[in-house]
Unconditional design. Structure first.
Length: 292
């Protein structure tokens, strides 16, 4: 009986040992798998991380080069601008700027103190858009002692009469004491029809404002396209260039810097700078002649 009991105990211990061995084996496998999985994940992820690191490094290098190039271009542009400004002052040209609600500025006495003698203000575009700062701006600038002018933006999709009528209705006699400027962008003259449209607009304005004159503001490419067609109208031009080479004769104004520096220190800022073919005294006499 005791032998049988010992045998049963032995069998039970053997069974228990076997279970423990199996559990130990399973546990070992589980630990091995768990330990291996992060290694594989980390190894697989290391390539994207390296790739991202390389990409980020390349991006930083690219941005640095781009910044250096941009800085170099800005420095070069500023240097050229300063040279042009010095040249304009040396030649004693009266200097001015163009303003609108897109690029507003209201301290006109300060503008004058920094050598700005005239300012043009965008008035209307085509037959449906009025710059909401025009009336108050042109009056304030004139009160500050600047010569002032109104600018109409030419829209070839609008009839000449439509643009003319809208300008007269919205601006009236508030055209200032400089020629009415018609801004003709480089994509608004596409065919002979658009030039004919421009001719009609100029003629309508000249007829309605007999004491004033009309000037076309455009780049050299547009000037070359329209100049021969507009000869009979006896108008002058306001060229948008990066130099003062063509000022004089038919070219009465030149915008030689689209981003010129005005003032110094914390009060410095940038505006488009134009030169008038004449001194401040010449400009004053010219403006007085229009006002009479």
């Amino acid at each position: 009986m005791q032998k049988k009991k010992r045998k049963q105990q032995k069998n039970f211990l053997d069974y228990l040992f076997f279970i423990l061995v199996v559990l130990g084996f399973v546990w070992t496998i589980a630990l091995w798998s768990t330990a291996k999985s992060p290694v594989q994940s980390g190894s697989a992820g290391s390539k994207p991380n390296n790739s991202r690191s390389i990409s980020e490094k390349n991006n930083r290098t690219s941005k640095k080069k781009s910044s250096q190039n941009s800085s170099s271009k800005t420095s070069s542009f500023s240097s050229s601008s300063d040279t042009q400004l010095a040249s304009a002052k040396q030649k004693n040209f009266a200097l001015g700027t163009t303003l609108s609600s897109d690029q507003p500025y209201t301290d006109y006495p300060y503008l004058k103190s920094q050598g700005i003698s005239f300012a043009y203000f965008r008035a209307t575009t085509g037959s449906s858009s009025l710059d909401n700062l025009f009336s108050s701006s042109i009056k304030s600038a004139k009160d500050a002692g600047l010569s002032v002018g109104a600018m109409l933006v030419f829209d070839s999709s609008t009839t000449a009469y439509g643009s003319y009528l809208y300008f007269v209705q919205k601006v009236g006699k508030e055209t200032g004491n400089l020629p009415i400027a018609i801004y003709v962008s480089d994509d608004s003259i596409t065919d002979s029809g658009s030039i004919t449209n421009l001719q009609g607009l100029i003629q309508d304005l000249k007829d309605y404002y007999p004491n004033n004159s009309v000037i076309v503001r455009c780049d050299k490419a547009i000037y070359d396209k329209v100049q021969s067609q507009l000869t009979s109208l006896n108008i002058k031009y306001w060229l948008i260039e990066n130099n003062l080479d063509n000022i004089g004769s038919a070219v009465q104004f030149v915008q030689y810097n689209a981003n010129g520096k005005i003032g110094s220190g914390i009060r410095s800022f940038r505006l488009p700078i134009s030169a008038f073919d004449g001194s401040k005294t010449d400009l004053k006499k010219f403006s007085e002649g229009i006002e009479k």
